[in-house]
Design a protein around this ligand. Structure first.
Ligand code: ADP
Ligand code: ZN
Length: 596
């Protein structure tokens, strides 16, 4: 462990291990197997990289995506570590030259896809060599219960028998109980140690607001908090993605589209640009993101609601991997709910599966409408107890509740009187007494609920309908978005019980919530930070690498605050290892010295 600590200080430039990195490394160094479940950004990579460096032989890291592997290898090379990858995009000659290095025992680490591991010859070649360990990254891919099942991962079962004496370490950020059991059983980890840390991502600010005008809401958010930052905007359809991207470009942002309808070449190019540059907004369907390891994604916006809490947590989890503050903003509207219900019903899944998916969507709507701490709901959903976090919209701006009994009764009887087949927009027009042609055609200007809701504004009625849907008093048809009354809704009407609802947030409150996750630097340091970033960009372009491979934002923030003036002082900054100090120290010092 002394050696492990020296490597951490000298090569990685970090002061201390985070719990439980040291325990995991100790376990693997002793030759034991390990299962590691740690949230994104928790620091899983060190847990197999450091033992690979210390133990005799090469560390084999199995990972699902080429882009991910290349990134990790680039980062390791920057630190002076001998790492390589073999993947399907390489020529036969390239592969052979890496193989030569492997057999000459010149490499510390090799990143490969599971398909490659199982290819004839690969394991035969390894059997003749000392192997430090097998790391199975994104291990949830081995399980059909997991959300990204990859059949080729199942072939990795062979490692436990053919390489019984080589430690196996399986890592993932998301695995519920059945998935965990699968990983343990398939990779033979019963005898090993299991490290399961919490799921919390404390640096992410969660905010969920009703959608009224998404473009205006998004511009306000970007301008107030994320000028020039990298971020992802998730949209429901390809068309939404294209619209969003071209609109953002029109108003002066650097936005790119990503969805399954684009050619693989364009997708790859856009993804590469997003990884390499610092101010790109990726507008994407959920096709984008698996394995995106970009540490400096500063925000994730959902312009439409995701299909369940798991998906939401995974997608928002792509923000702030570097531990710096990041925002997750969700805009939700009733029409999205109808669309998602439609998607679920349109699949060929068995009825039982559909029921589960509808229930999961309901849980998600519950999260949107709840007045409780967002993080608490999310963590409890994953089986972890939590206290109110103080760092989400509901904690910082507790929603005000009021007795909405009469309003709810009006809203529900209005659904009944109009025949349980209209959407919220129409229902609200009836309540507020609008004599539109449509209302007159249907004769709804003659019913008892016409105009009985004039005391409330349209946005207030929208909020009431949304909450009644979230409470399952009303439901949205997946076929046509029409709203109908559930059994709970009828019970509520009959029992004449009271109901408390959240008041629709006023504009002023919305803005107040926006200013809360302010940047941590003062003006002067901010200015220096920008200069350091510019220097980093220049070096990154020169080296043809993403900027974060040189230094993370976090490291530049520390520099801007501490303002080191000598190489020695600079080496104290977290993230500045020996190799990077030698390679880049002087150039960053120049910027720092010019600013004193
Ligand atoms: P994960 O794979 O769990 O998502 P990473 O291994 O990519 O996380 O680590 C996330 C970030 O935290 C990286 O920037 C990494 O260099 C940094 N990190 C990891 N361990 C430490 C540590 N002990 N001290 C400081 N930073 C660390
Ligand atoms: Zn909270």
């Amino acid at each position: 462990m002394i050696e492990a600590r020296q490597i951490l200080n000298k090569i990685y430039g970090y002061e201390n291990f985070r719990a439980p990195q040291d325990e995991i490394i100790d376990c693997v160094l002793k030759g034991d197997n390990a299962l590691v479940i740690m949230p994104t950004g928790g620091g899983k990579s060190l847990c197999y990289q450091i033992p690979s460096l210390i133990r005799d032989g090469i560390g084999i890291i199995i990972s699902p995506l080429i882009a991910l592997m290349q990134d990790q290898v680039d980062a390791l090379l920057q630190m002076g570590i001998k790492a390589a990858t073999i993947n399907s995009s390489m020529s036969g000659d390239e592969v052979n030259s890496i193989f030569e290095k492997i057999t000459n025992q010149e490499l510390d680490m090799l990143y490969v896809a599971p398909e490659r591991v199982l290819m004839g010859g690969f394991l035969n070649a390894l059997e003749k060599l000392p192997i430090a360990l097998f790391a199975i990254d994104e291990a949830h891919c081995i399980s059909q219960w997991g959300h990204d099942f990859r059949p080729s991962y199942q072939g990795l079962e062979i490692l436990a028998t053919r390489f019984a004496n080589v430690p196996r370490i399986a890592l993932t950020a998301t695995a519920d109980e059945p998935t965990r059991k699968d990983i343990i059983q398939k990779l033979g980890l019963e005898s090993g140690k299991h490290f399961i840390t919490g799921f919390d991502r404390p640096n992410i600010f969660y905010e969920i607001v009703p959608k009224d005008n998404s473009k205006a809401q998004i511009t306000q958010f970007l301008q107030a908090r994320h000028k020039g930052d990298s971020g992802i905007i998730y949209c429901l359809s390809r068309k939404n993605v294209e619209d969003m991207a071209s609109w953002l470009c029109e108003i002066g942002y650097n936005a790119l589209p990503y969805h399954a309808g684009l050619s693989p070449k364009i997708r790859e190019r856009n993804q590469a640009q997003f990884l390499r540059e610092e101010n790109i907004i990726m507008c994407a369907t959920i096709a984008f993101g698996m394995g995106i390891d970009k540490p400096d994604v500063r925000f994730v916006i959902h312009a439409n609601i995701p299909k369940n809490i798991e998906a939401y947590y995974q997608e928002t989890g792509r923000a702030g991997r570097d531990g710096e503050k990041a925002d997750a903003l969700l805009l939700y509207g009733v029409s999205d709910i109808a669309m998602l219900r439609n998607f679920i019903d349109d699949t060929n899944s068995p009825e039982n599966q559909k029921r589960i998916e509808h229930a999961k969507l309901n849980a998600f709507i519950g999260l949107c409408e709840s007045a409780k701490c967002r993080r608490q709901i999310l963590l409890e959903y994953f089986g972890q107890n939590a206290k109110p976090c103080g760092y989400c919209d509901n904690c910082q701006n507790p929603p005000i509740t009021y007795d909405a009994t009469i309003a709810a009764q009006k809203a529900i009887s209005n659904v009944y009187r109009t025949g349980q087949r209209f959407g919220a927009g129409y229902l609200i027009d009836v309540l507020t007494g609008k004599d539109t042609d449509r209302i007159i055609d249907f004769g709804h200007d003659k019913i008892s609920t016409f105009g009985i809701g004039e005391e409330l504004k349209k946005t207030e009625w929208q909020s009431i309908y949304r909450q009644l849907i979230a409470l399952n008093y009303l439901m949205v048809s997946s076929e046509n978005g029409g709203i109908s009354i559930t059994k709970d809704g009828l019970d509520f009407l009959k029992s004449k019980s009271t109901i408390m609802l959240k008041a629709a947030p006023s504009r002023k409150e919305k803005r107040a919530a926006k200013s809360k996750s302010a940047p941590i630097l003062n003006d002067e340091s901010q200015n220096l930070f920008e200069q350091l970033k510019a220097k980093r960009r220049e070096l990154a372009i020169e080296a043809n690498m993403p900027p974060y491979i040189i230094f993370h934002d976090k490291t530049l923030h520390e520099m801007a605050n501490a303002k080191p003036q000598t190489l020695d002082e600079l080496s104290e900054i977290s993230g500045v290892g020996a190799q990077k100090l030698e390679r880049y120290g002087a150039q960053f010092l120049e910027v720092l010295r010019a600013n004193i």
